[in-house]
Design a protein around this ligand. Structure first.
Ligand SMILES: Cc1cc2nc3c(=O)[nH]c(=O)nc-3n(C[C@H](O)[C@H](O)[C@H](O)COP(=O)(O)O)c2cc1C
Length: 217
């Protein structure tokens, strides 16, 4: 199947959370492009605490479905990207982050500050704070994958309906991993989801301070 490419504008306008997928495999080069896009996302201090488990094997997709309240789309999708954060990643990755940064022109003053600030900031986190931090970082990368897949003509669905412990066990994740979401990628089968609509902007957009309507132009 040749995918119809979309502009980002078109993808943003047309995207729906895909209700059902046809299961046709994604070419490896396309999947690579989608994943690479996510790995280029920004992250706090460039710590990249995300870890992605890509599940394509039908048997493993079936297991993930069982751990996701039996949501059929999880098994039907061509690939499920299980988006995780590593609570301990920064402990091991700080040095490499600094090495890469220096290779890319990071000033020594910035490196010294990051070397002190990253442990100072993250080591004081409670588990809940760490999960909040990971949710933020990992979601930016996952959403970047979502949009890359959409502009490449794939259909997507992001899911939070899964059992944390069961996903961890199914994928044999290290204890320090926290599962943030599942990103299902493939091709829509049947009718697309209804358009749920969006709240009036008076409810969600403000200008300059809370409660003031945003005036554009
Ligand atoms: C973080 C997140 C988790 C979601 N989890 C699920 C899910 O587990 N199952 C599901 O069917 N849809 C899930 N959705 C899809 C939402 O229901 C959907 O985005 C919303 O109804 C708006 O519809 P639209 O995405 O088609 O615009 C999730 C969406 C987000 C952003």
């Amino acid at each position: 199947m040749t995918n119809e490419r979309k502009t980002l504008e078109q993808a943003v306008r047309e995207r729906r959370s895909t209700p059902s997928f046809d299961g046709e495999a994604i070419p490896a080069a396309d999947l690579r492009q989608i994943l690479d896009a996510g790995l280029r996302a920004p992250s706090g201090y460039n710590m990249q605490p995300w870890r992605f488990i890509v599940v394509q094997h039908p048997e493993q997709r079936r297991r993930i479905r069982a751990a996701s309240y039996n949501q059929a789309k999880v098994e039907e999708a061509s690939a499920i990207v299980v988006a995780c954060g590593d609570r301990d990643g920064w402990r091991r990755d700080l040095e490499e982050m600094l090495r890469m940064g220096r290779a890319g022109g990071m000033p020594e003053s910035y490196a010294a500050q990051a070397a002190a600030n990253v442990p100072g900031y993250l080591s004081g986190f409670s588990d809940d704070q760490m999960k909040g931090w990971l949710n933020k970082q990992v979601t930016i990368a996952t959403t970047t994958m979502l949009w890359m897949a959409e502009v490449m003509g794939y259909d997507t669905a992001i899911l939070e309906g899964f059992e944390q412990q069961r996903i961890c066990e199914t994928l044999r994740l290290p204890m320090s991993y926290w599962v943030v979401s599942l990103l299902a990628i493939g091709h829509l089968k049947g009718a697309d989801k209804f358009d749920g609509g969006r709240f009036d902007t008076s409810h969600t957009l403000f200008g300059e301070e809370f409660g003031k309507p945003l005036k554009l132009g």
